[in-house]
Design a protein. Structure first.
Length: 45
């Protein structure tokens, strides 16, 4: 199935997907991740 999906022309190639998890306190004035308390998981092609 993965090989069939790769052949589709509308599906982009060479994309890195990264998900960051942080605590539930995000600064609403300047929203950003606190680099000290994040865990990063990625899926790379």
């Amino acid at each position: 199935m993965a090989e069939e999906i790769k052949k589709e022309k509308e599906i982009p190639n060479g994309i890195d997907l990264s998900i960051k998890f942080s605590d539930k306190k995000i600064n609403t004035v300047k929203p950003n991740y606190n680099g000290k308390s994040t865990s990063e998981y990625g899926v790379f092609d």
